[in-house]
Design a protein. Structure first.
Lengths: 364, 500, 535
């Protein structure tokens, strides 16, 4: 009896509910003659697109800061890198050398440059967070929000000259949304992409999936290195880490910087998959979505694994992909999916907050 | 010479201290003045905008004070109070109630809902002690989602709501909800004289209860004083009827709006009168000095109001007597509750839960009570907001309630642990001035107003982020100070002073 | 007269999960008497007081046996509220004060004076208004009683620690019907002059007929103020005596006295200790560890010895190793094996092979949610890059080597577990301690510092851990410092024992020295002894 109770306690309730709900929705889709294959395809696509952004939660949770609601800092850096790649016309430049090389050069340029910005932003961000220990989650959220609006002002007046970026009228500024077709849109998605089961089957964006899994592998390996092990220890027991000669503050800075870099790379990958770059307020809620995804995967505010990323992102995106067609069929042309995303996403975060131990920041 | 410099230094450090304490307010005042200067807009317009926004928003901000003092931080969860208000409106409007009756019904309806929501929110806060703010924020989003589900899919679907004017595609409410035929201006349109009469009646009733039941319930009642109050109120009541017979005055105090200059005069008269009554009738301890000072101050304010530029503004701006009275009521309520046993318990819990628990205070219950009070006040605040606005976005109106209210309170110089009415009032004024003038200034400077929305939001979030970070940072600082206070040597100097 | 005593506790016994911490203890206090309750750490003083005060910690663990009489009437005190109703008050060691409140508000905390209003008549008592004037008057009266001259409207936050204590006392005094006041080590946080003042105040309070139970370990204070004394040792009642019939040395002996079971034969073995061969030298060494401050220690540790560091809790013995490890701020010099150690540099001591096993096993010593293997090898990976291999640019964890080492350690130290993968959090205290030792040994230490090695471990495991330490010393020649509050333990295995009192070394004794010597040293009286003792 005790054992039963114990194992019940250990089961991650939200994950269980979401798995059941997901299966239920897929079943409904199947029953209602919805083209399941194409939605599985888009689930896989969005899984790969979101994956790295969600992966960015791992280092920040592991180093003891908790879910990085301020991932928008990394996202903004990634957008900046992508915009620079377009502005400098990297695609055309390299296409002129070897046709077909352009998009690859552009995306690599975007990733490297944005990772570069993100590292510095992340280190500064980490320093701030070290001075607000105990209230990281609240502070990260608001720093993330205000940074996005700050960057909105910047985007609005940024001196870009490339006509792809500029507003059609006016001298400068970034458009609300701009197409990535002429730069690196879809370059990973289409790489070795194929349709499983022939025409009308499930489309597998091989390049994207490989890249995502590669990133997972790198992070996995990192946490088996000396520095990664030190970071894990610093996060799970700071006093222990200190007693073993580890500078906890430095580890936290490193963790959040890596998280920010992953956020930057993640949005570059997302943008190439989405085909449209959205600056301005689009990334506002992305942080919450990433946090929710990893929590659905089974992470808590103090523990996370790579597997949580992989499972959580798939479940969450799968649910979001399948709901619109199903609700459309059942509820006479309405799309309930955004409302549902809001409820699930925030419900999962709330659940995790109530389960988080501590909350001692208000105590003396 | 030496003495002189010393004095100067101490004055300098005093001034520095005052400046430092009010740094947030000063910063935003400067920002506001800068924007006003840059906006190239008439002060009349700005003033009337700010006054009407103040009337709309002040109550929502005042709803944040109690949970803040109870240690719950900035209650982003007031969103649920706003939701309660909106749900109440759906039904009251649907049933066809209008005017002040409809408004009161909305309040009546929203209150139990707000208490229920507040109770649930309080339980949630108790489960996430220490991270209430992020919880409140996420809960706001969550409640938003549930509310959207409710308004878009359930109303008219599961819950019968048969109002073709407001339903979209057979179920789910339309995007915008129009109140112009129901409760728009329900509160705003009540005249000053009505408010005054209600107040007088209220005083009479309370004092009567005091006299009748006082001895039964162990209350220490000064019967003479109560009788005096009743008589004074009765005189006031009679006076109001007399004054209404005078044509000029009846227009002034009997209309739906009160001109600002009149308001100022009335306020001055009332204040002086109350001071005199307190001094001579109630024999309260008020020094002559204070009386003189007040008289001079009043005269100065009145004199200032005759300066043409200021007179113009005062004449052009009108406010709603009742709404402003309600704002005062909220302020009084906050002060009153903090002076009760319950309020003291809340402050104790806010300062230190462990000590509070050991003093026999039920910490969790007090926290829930504080959350409930805040939620109910927020619900009423949202009703006041909506009756003034007259129309609202069915799905999204409540989303930013918490954000704006919190930002306003912080702009007023409040911190996560300390807030008061004064900060709330100053905060609302500054924040909404900025809200009005920032876009105008942006248009003037940049030639494009689109950017102003970003500036606004950046200010909102930036203010919150900075003050949260400062709070966390200060908390760490405090710990260090505490440690040095525990050091032995530095206490010896103090000792000789304190020990008899 | 119904009863001679205010409080009479008879045959009190208490068990914590099978562990008897109090055995038939009795305590009697007369009205207006200052009664000292004495004993070492763990003698059962606080448990006894918790029983008297009805703390939930007692009732959640199955209550107690025995009877309590207040004024001759048997009572059952099952909550602090009940205790207060009975007229028992407690001045806590850590202050239950709110810095942001005035003295008045703190004194009347939770017991505010209120007046009913219309609203409270309708909506309930909690809406009654505060009567601040009466509250201030009450507070003033209470503060005057104990001679505290500060303004009742002063914010407590800015006051020196000593005054906070007095405000606590004022709060207790202000309660109506106060008969008995418990002071839990009240002088521990006070300066000397403040402590003196407190003692005088206690006499004033007692003069008003309120009985006082005074928990302390400072014998001089007891001699000064107490009328009578109850001494506990290991949860048993030793004696109740009148202060005038006894001496400091006698009290000290009663507190400590018990048989020491030797784990080692000091004379035996072919160990040769060269007392000029110093491995660790501390000079004017200070550590700013809250609650365990070290205030200027000079200490030499001889290569190859087992040095015990003892003393009562809060006196600073635990601060010594923690400071060396760099966990708290230090000053003074630390010289280890001819090299200076810089505690500012995290991990400096570790990299020079001085390894510390923390007293806070769960907080500092272990990663509870990681495996045994991880816990054993972790420090070595960080300090010495052991169990790591190079793979391209990365260093990677060498799982195979680590596992092998962990298995070896498990076998060598006899750690009872399922295997190296088992999570440390699920091990028993003794086995956890062995994991801590295993991690330390992985670093091949020249000097092993073990803090409170047997805290929270059951008796059987205690002996195993201590024997392991002796074995390491005798067979591997490892120098070991053992810091422990259990004097007996130290006497059973050490070559020399340094006693810390008030942040300083009050004496270095031989294990064979008399109980009285140890007792006096622990209560801060400087004693001679085996200063550079031949071992």
């Amino acid at each position: 009896m005790e054992k039963l109770k114990d194992s019940l306690k250990r089961v991650n309730l939200p994950r269980l509910i979401i798995i059941l709900f997901f299966l239920f929705i897929v079943l409904l889709a199947y029953v209602n003659d919805i083209n399941v294959n194409s939605y599985i395809g888009s689930t896989i696509k969005y899984w790969g697109m979101w994956g790295i952004l969600v992966l960015a939660m791992v280092p920040s949770i592991k180093c003891g800061i908790g879910p990085n609601f301020g991932i928008s800092l990394g996202i903004v850096c990634g957008l900046l890198g992508s915009l620079l790649a377009i502005e400098f016309g990297i695609t055309d430049m390299f296409n002129a050398i070897i046709p077909g090389l352009g998009p690859w050069a552009a995306i690599i340029f975007a990733m490297i440059s944005s990772a570069f910005f993100a590292w510095f932003v992340g280190v500064a961000y980490g320093k701030i967070l070290n001075s607000v220990k105990g209230s990281e989650m609240t502070v990260t959220t608001y720093i993330g929000y205000s940074f996005i609006y700050l960057m909105c002002i910047v985007w609005f007046r940024a001196p870009f000259t490339n006509s792809e970026i500029k507003w059609p009228i006016g001298a400068s500024g970034v458009r609300n949304s701009l197409s990535m077709d002429s730069s690196f849109g879809g370059v990973l998605n289409d790489f070795l992409g194929f349709s499983l089961g022939g025409e009308g089957g499930v489309y597998i964006p091989t390049g994207l999936v490989i890249f995502f899994l590669l990133c997972c592998l790198v992070i996995f390996l990192y946490f088996r290195s000396k520095s990664g092990m030190a970071m894990t220890a610093a996060g799970s027991n700071p006093s222990f880490a200190r007693a073993n000669g580890i500078d906890v503050d430095k580890m936290r800075i490193k963790g959040i910087a890596i998280s920010t870099v992953l956020g930057a790379i993640g949005i570059v990958v997302y943008t190439q998959g989405f085909g449209i770059l959205q600056a301005y307020t689009a990334p506002l809620q992305m942080g919450f979505q990433c946090v929710a995804a990893i929590l659905i995967g089974g992470a808590t505010t103090s523990k996370a694994k790579i597997s949580h990323v992989i499972i959580g992102t798939f479940l969450f995106q799968g649910l979001l992909m399948f709901t619109p067609p199903v609700s459309n069929k059942l509820l006479a042309g309405t799309d309930i999916s955004d409302t549902m995303r809001q409820i699930i996403q925030n419900g999962v975060i709330l659940y995790a907050l109530t389960k988080a131990k501590g909350g001692s920041s208000n105590e003396e | 010479m030496k003495n002189n410099t010393e004095k100067k230094i101490s004055f300098g450090s005093y001034a520095k201290n005052v400046l430092f304490k009010n740094k947030v307010i000063i910063l935003f005042t400067v920002l506001c003045i800068g924007c006003i200067a840059a906006s190239n807009t008439s002060l009349n317009y700005i003033a009337s905008e700010v006054f009407s926004r103040f009337g709309r928003n002040a109550c929502l901000v005042l709803a944040l004070i109690i949970p803040c003092l109870a240690g719950l931080g900035m209650n982003f969860g007031i969103v649920v109070g706003a939701i309660a208000a909106q749900i109440a409106i759906f039904f009251v409007v649907h049933w066809g109630f209008t005017g002040i009756g409809g408004f009161m019904l909305c309040a009546l309806f929203a209150t139990p809902m707000a208490i229920l929501f507040g109770w649930l929110l309080g339980i949630l806060f108790n489960k996430t002690k220490g991270s209430e703010m992020i919880t409140g924020l996420v809960l706001g989003f969550f409640a938003d989602g549930v509310y959207r589900l409710f308004t878009l899919y359930i109303i008219g679907g599961l819950i019968p709501y048969d109002d073709p004017n407001l339903l979209d595609r057979g179920f789910g409410l339309r995007n915008a909800f129009d109140l112009s035929d129901s409760i728009k201006y329900a509160l705003d349109d009540i005249s000053f004289v009505t408010v005054f009469r209600i107040l007088m009646l209220f005083i009479i009733v309370v004092q009567l209860i005091n006299i009748v039941f006082g001895s039964k319930k162990n209350m220490t009642v000064d019967k003479k004083e109560s009788m005096g109050k009743i008589i004074a109120s009765a005189i006031g009541l009679v006076l109001s009827f007399v004054l209404m017979a005078v044509p000029g005055i009846s227009a002034m105090i009997g209309g739906t709006r009160l001109i600002l200059s009149d308001t100022l005069r009335i306020a001055m008269i009332v204040y002086l009168l109350s001071l005199v009554i307190r001094k001579f009738a109630l024999k309260r301890d008020i020094t002559k000095d204070k009386l003189v000072k007040t008289a001079v101050l009043t005269a100065a304010v009145l004199a200032l109001s005759y300066i043409p530029a200021i007179r113009d503004i005062l004449k052009s701006v009108s406010i709603s007597a009742c709404t402003y009275a309600v704002i005062c009521l909220f302020c009084f309520f906050n002060n009153w509750i903090l002076d009760t046993k319950l309020g003291q318990d809340m402050r104790t819990v806010g300062q230190n839960r462990i000590v509070a628990g050991s003093a026999g205070i039920n910490v969790d219950k007090i926290r829930i009570t504080a959350t409930c009070i805040s939620t109910v006040l927020a619900a009423w605040g949202q009703l006041i907001y909506l009756q003034n606005l007259g129309t609202f976005n069915t799905v999204q109106q409540q989303s930013n309630v918490g954000l704006y209210a919190v930002a306003a309170l912080l702009v007023g110089g409040a911190s996560v642990q300390k807030a008061n009415n004064r900060q709330a009032i100053i905060g609302v004024v500054l924040f909404h001035t900025l809200f009005v003038v920032a876009p105008l200034a942006a248009t003037q400077i940049i030639g494009d107003s689109a950017i102003s929305e970003y500036i606004r939001m950046f200010i909102c979030y930036g203010v919150i982020a900075v003050s949260l970070a400062m709070h966390a940072w200060k908390k760490k600082d405090k710990k260090v100070v505490k440690k040095t206070a525990g050091d032995e040597e530095n206490t010896d100097a103090v000792k000789s002073v304190i020990w008899p | 007269m119904s009863s001679e005593y205010v409080v009479k506790m008879d045959n009190i016994s208490k068990e914590f999960s099978g562990n008897k911490v109090l055995k038939n203890v009795s305590l009697q206090v007369k009205p207006g008497e200052i009664h000292a309750l004495m004993g070492e750490n763990g003698a059962g003083k606080s448990t006894l007081m918790n029983i008297l005060f009805g703390m939930p910690a007692i009732w959640n663990t199955g209550g107690y046996e025995g009877t309590i009489e207040i004024d001759g009437k048997p009572v059952k005190i099952d909550s602090p509220q009940k205790a207060m109703e009975c007229g028992i008050g407690m001045v806590h060691q850590e202050f239950m004060l709110i810095p942001g409140f005035t003295a008045t508000e703190n004194i009347k905390l939770g017991r505010e004076v209120t007046t009913p209003t219309v609203a409270s008549a309708i909506l309930g008592k909690s809406l009654e208004e505060l009567d601040r004037r009466t509250m201030a008057k009450d507070a003033r009266r209470a503060m005057d009683t104990i001679g505290l001259g500060i303004d009742e409207n002063t914010m407590v936050g800015g006051l020196p620690v000593g005054y906070m204590q007095f405000i606590e006392i004022a709060r207790e005094i202000d309660k109506t019907g106060m008969k008995l006041l418990i002071f839990d080590e009240p002088t521990a946080v006070l300066t000397e002059s403040e402590a003196e003042r407190l003692l005088r105040t206690m006499k004033v309070i007692a003069g008003k007929g309120i009985a006082i139970i005074f928990i302390t370990h400072r014998i001089d204070e007891v001699i000064e103020v107490a009328d009578s004394i109850t001494i506990l040792r290991d949860g048993t009642f030793i004696d109740r005596l009148e202060t005038k019939d006894t001496t400091a040395a006698k009290i000290a002996e009663m507190m400590i006295g018990r048989k020491v079971e030797k784990l080692v034969d000091n004379a035996g073995g072919d160990r040769k200790l060269d007392k000029d061969d110093i491995i660790l030298k501390l000079r004017d060494y200070h550590v700013d560890m809250p609650g365990e401050t070290v205030r200027g220690v000079d200490l030499d540790v001889i290569r190859g010895e087992i040095l015990g560091i003892g003393g009562l809790a809060g006196q600073g013995k635990i601060g010594i190793p923690n400071g060396i490890q760099g966990l708290y701020e230090t000053s003074g010099t630390i010289e280890f094996d001819g090299e200076r150690i810089d505690p500012e540099k995290l991990g400096d001591a570790l990299s020079k092979h001085m390894v510390f096993v923390s007293e806070d096993r769960k907080g500092v010593g272990l990663l509870l949610e990681e495996s045994i293997e991880q816990n054993i090898i972790f420090t070595a990976t960080q300090v010495e890059n052991k169990f790591m291999k190079k793979v391209g640019f990365f260093t990677q964890y060498d799982a195979a080597a680590a596992k092998k080492h962990a298995e070896d350690m498990i076998k060598e130290l006899d750690i009872r577990c399922v295997g190296p993968e088992q999570l440390v959090g699920s091990l028993s205290g003794g086995n956890q301690q062995k994991v801590c030792l295993a991690r330390a040994l992985t670093l091949a230490p020249k000097l092993l510092v073990v803090s409170e090695p047997t805290r929270g471990i059951d008796i059987g495991a205690k002996k195993l851990v201590l024997e392991l330490l002796v074995k390491l010393n005798r067979e591997n020649g490892m120098t070991i410092i053992v810091v422990s509050s259990e004097l007996n333990e130290l006497r059973s295995l050490s070559d020399r024992i340094a006693i810390v009192s008030d942040g300083k070394i009050s004496g270095i004794l031989k294990p064979e020295d008399s109980d009285a010597d140890f007792g006096l040293a622990m209560s801060g009286v400087k004693v001679g002894g085996a200063d550079n003792g031949e071992a």
